[in-house]
Structures are given as structure tokens and as C-alpha cells.
Design a binder for this molecule. Structure first.
Ligand SMILES: [Zn+2]
Length: 494
């Protein structure tokens, strides 16, 4: 009996020892990732910098070493390349997308995303040309370190996953969640196949924060019971929960698509966006606790019979979609073309003169395909006449109803046709050398426009024709003469 007892104590000792070693090596691995990603040689992982390139090299080496596969079938690396425009220059940005297949023959076609942005603020120079690096240890080397180790955990034990897991290091988060947005807008699968997303963004301060925030966890139904149970098992306090999705991390573009999305977060406890956000300040024991908790949480969620978005998160996503579709644009329009007068009764057409117009527009989408555009333009119209060139200066108000393709978000690309009435007020002009007398010529004119065009990024290019329905002359006894304009136009949206 005594021997059995000693053997049991010994066994307990070995097992707990094994656990301690496991925790110790996990702790060290988590620390090593952060230390490297937040080191000076990576120069703050600024968008499009060599430092970001070195970060990608490290992350993909780790993904590959721990057994995370590249996801995109079209390439043999992990990268999803996208360019993005900063003012007039293009920066290269790359998401790193890894994959671990689920073990259930049916559920493996559904996905859980664990994401962490790897970009940070890079570096800058002060007035004395002194270089300051923003290492971004907590923001967000901590999250990247966490997803590498979670990926390692599941790659080593894929039977723990029923659904498939996407392990993603996002780029361009600090520039406005652009990596996550690009990812969700360019999926090779149906967005509905992604059932839940976690953004691990700043997870290195558990002890200081005293709890782990899971903001948005209730954007999927039936999560609270699992969370309570796991919190108890892992002896971790859960802070913020709820069904509102955080808008300041990569969760937002997923939430806007109707996918439950959770910000895994230990608060703004580190020197946020400061050069002092260094690796030595982080709580790596806390990261081990978060790792174990998240590993079990993902295992449980991956085995749920179904993952259902809660009603509020669906209605929020719909509202965002509607609001975005109805976003109003204002801009500047420049038109150059040719004008001529048509003598309706005499089947005569005057020769063309060069004309131009410049003004402002407001564009308001009415639905996915329909928009309305109101313009106010200064308009110099005209035609060749007997005594030289006939010119009128006018203020014109064209109203266009545009029917077009939905916007493709990355390039903001859209093509359309339009039609609509215009009102023109002619306030000055010359027939050759003679000033126009507006007791003879119409001041007010009505007509219609027809045209087509396309938008790309902040620019619009188009062709339009404008034809008057009221004659040039007030007196009915005068011949009926109608103004016609053809324009090429360039627009710029503010
Ligand atoms: Zn961040």
C-alpha cells in the first residue's frame, strides 16, 4: 500500500513536472516570438518597409515549422498580396494566411479564424534626425506570437478541431484595418462559411489588466456557458463580453459581413503607440494562461453543432451595409467638348465650337445599382455662327439618375449610364463681337443629358451629351434653334 502511495506521488510529481516544463517551454516560445518581432532590426514593422518584410519572413518560417499549411490553393506560399494607395504612392501589403484542416468530414467546410495584425507604426525621425522605433511589443507582436503557438497546438493535434482553422497575420491594420477588409472582400469561399473570428490584438498584459476581454463574444449565440466553464477551469477572469463588435481592430470588417467576431484583449495597459512598448514589459505567464484558455475555447467552438450569429450582430451588419451603400460623395467635375446649334425646322446644323464646363457635384446612392448626381457648373457653351463664334456664359444644374454596377470595393470601381434633366441660366454672351441681348435670347433654358462613365479610386471618367428643349430665342416667330453639347468629363471625389 505504502509503495503504491509512493508510486502515485511520484507519478503525480512527474506529470506536474511535465506540465511545468510544457508551460515553461510555451512561455519561452511566446517570449521569443515577441522579442524577435519587436526587436530593433524589424524597425516597428511599418507598412511597406523592410522591417515588415523581415517580420513576414519570421512569421512564415514559424508557420511552416509548426505545421500550419498555406491556405490559398493558387499559390505555394502564405501570402495574399494587395496594394494600397497612400496619397499618390502605392505601398505593398501582404496578409499571411495559414490553414489547419478540420477533422470532421462535414464541419471541415466551415472555418474559424484566429487573426492578429503584424504591422505596427514603423519608425520616424525627430528634428535632430534621431530615429525613433515603435517596437509594438504588446501591439501586436503579442497577438502574432499567440496565433503562432495556437497554430502549433492545433497542427500537432488536428483531431481537436472539427471545423477548419484559418491562422492569419494581417497587414495594414494600423492604416485602417485594410488587411482584414481586403481578406474578407476577396474570399475564395462563401463568407458564410466563416463562422466566427477572433482578433488577438494586444494580449500581453493579463496581470496588469486583471482579466481577459472578449468583446463581441455574444455576437454568436450560446457562448456564455462555454466561457464561464472555461474561465473556471483555467482560473482566468473574463472582463468585457457582449454582442457589440469592436471597431478598432480587425474584427470590424468581419462583423460588417455578418460574421461573429471577438476582440481578445488585455486592455490599453502597455505604452500604447509609444516607443516604450517593448518586449520586456509583457506578462508571458499571462500569455500562457490565455493560450490554454483560447486553445480549449476554439476546440469547444469547433465542435458545436452550429455556430449562429446573434440577431443584433446581423442587424448591425445590415445597417452598416445600408449606410455604406448610401454614402454620399462630393467632388469636382471638369468637362471639355464641342457644342453646336441645331435649327430644327430647317434641318440645319451649325459648325461646332470648343466648349467647357467646370463645377461641383454631389452623388447620393439610392440603392446598390441606382445613384442620383446633382451638379452645379459654370458652363461656357456655344457654336460657330455667321459672325464668328456664338458664346453664352451660364450656370447649369444637371440632375443625373445613374444606373450602374455595384462598387468593387478595392478599387472603388463602378460603371454606369445616366440620364436626366438640366436647367441652365444664361447670364452673358456674345454673337461674334455683339453682346447678347436677353430680351431676344432666352435667359432660362431646359434640356436633358445622356451619358455613360466609370469611377475608379477617387476619379470618374465619362462622356455626356446635353440637348436643350427650349429654343435660343424668346420670340416664337424666330427660327427654333436648340443648343447641343458633347463633353468628355473627369471628376474627382473629395
Ligand atoms: Zn493593434
Amino acid at each position: 500500500m505504502k509503495n503504491t502511495f509512493i508510486a502515485f506521488v511520484l507519478l503525480l510529481h512527474i506529470v506536474s513536472g511535465l506540465y511545468a516544463t510544457k508551460d515553461k517551454s510555451l512561455r519561452d516560445a511566446l517570449e521569443k516570438h515577441v522579442q524577435i518581432l519587436a526587436s530593433d532590426s524589424l524597425e516597428g514593422r511599418g507598412l511597406g518597409t523592410d522591417g515588415a518584410e523581415r517580420a513576414r519572413k519570421y512569421i512564415t518560417d514559424q508557420f511552416s515549422e509548426v505545421g500550419i499549411s498555406p491556405w490559398y490553393k493558387t499559390s505555394d506560399d502564405y501570402f495574399q498580396l494587395f496594394g494600397l494607395r497612400r496619397q499618390l504612392i502605392w505601398a505593398k501589403a501582404l496578409n499571411i494566411v495559414g490553414f489547419i484542416e478540420g477533422s470532421d468530414p462535414v464541419l471541415k467546410d466551415e472555418y474559424i479564424v484566429i487573426g492578429a495584425h503584424y504591422d505596427h507604426l514603423g519608425f520616424d525621425f525627430d528634428d535632430k534626425e534621431q530615429k525613433t522605433i515603435y517596437p509594438g511589443a504588446d501591439d501586436n507582436a503579442s497577438g502574432v506570437s499567440a496565433i503562432i503557438e495556437l497554430g502549433k497546438h492545433f497542427a500537432a493535434s488536428p483531431h481537436l478541431l472539427k471545423r477548419s482553422l484559418l491562422v492569419i497575420a494581417f497587414d495594414a491594420e494600423e492604416s485602417g484595418l485594410l488587411g482584414a477588409e481586403y481578406f474578407i472582400n476577396n474570399l475564395p469561399i462563401d463568407p458564410g462559411q466563416i463562422k466566427i473570428m477572433f482578433s488577438l490584438d494586444m494580449v500581453g498584459m493579463l496581470k496588469t489588466h486583471g482579466k481577459l476581454d472578449l468583446k463581441g463574444i455574444n455576437s454568436a449565440e450560446n457562448m456564455l456557458e462555454i466561457i464561464d466553464n472555461l474561465a473556471e477551469i483555467h482560473n482566468i477572469k473574463i472582463g468585457t463580453t457582449g454582442n457589440s463588435i469592436e471597431r478598432h481592430t480587425d474584427t470590424a470588417p468581419f462583423g460588417d459581413t455578418g460574421i461573429p467576431a471577438v476582440h481578445v484583449f488585455t486592455g490599453l495597459k502597455s505604452p500604447y503607440h509609444k516607443p516604450e512598448d517593448t518586449y520586456d514589459l509583457l506578462d508571458y505567464e499571462g500569455m500562457v494562461t490565455i493560450h490554454s484558455f483560447m486553445a480549449d475555447l476554439i476546440t469547444r467552438i469547433s465542435a458545436m453543432p452550429e455556430i449562429v450569429p446573434d440577431a443584433k450582430s446581423i442587424s448591425d451588419a445590415n445597417n452598416t451595409r445600408i449606410k455604406r451603400a448610401k454614402r454620399m460623395y462630393t467632388g469636382l467635375t471638369l468637362n471639355v467638348g464641342s457644342g453646336y446649334h441645331q435649327y430644327k425646322d430647317e434641318f440645319y446644323r451649325a459648325n461646332s465650337a470648343v466648349i467647357g464646363a467646370v463645377g461641383l457635384f454631389v452623388q447620393l446612392p439610392l440603392s446598390r445599382l441606382l445613384s442620383v448626381q446633382q451638379e452645379v457648373i459654370y458652363d461656357l457653351n456655344g457654336s460657330k455662327a455667321e459672325k464668328g463664334v456664338f458664346r453664352r456664359h451660364a450656370v447649369t444644374f444637371p440632375l443625373h439618375l445613374q444606373f450602374g454596377t455595384p462598387r468593387i470595393s478595392a478599387a472603388n470601381l463602378r460603371s454606369y449610364v445616366f440620364a436626366g434633366p438640366y436647367f441652365r441660366y444664361n447670364f452673358a454672351g456674345f454673337d461674334g463681337e455683339t453682346p447678347l441681348n436677353f430680351t431676344i435670347y432666352q435667359e432660362q433654358e431646359w434640356g436633358y443629358s445622356l451619358g455613360l462613365g466609370f469611377d475608379i479610386f477617387d476619379f470618374s471618367f465619362g462622356y455626356s451629351s446635353r440637348s436643350s428643349l427650349t429654343s435660343l430665342f424668346i420670340d416664337n416667330q424666330q427660327p427654333k434653334v436648340f443648343d447641343n453639347n458633347h463633353y468628355f468629363s473627369i471628376g474627382y471625389r473629395f
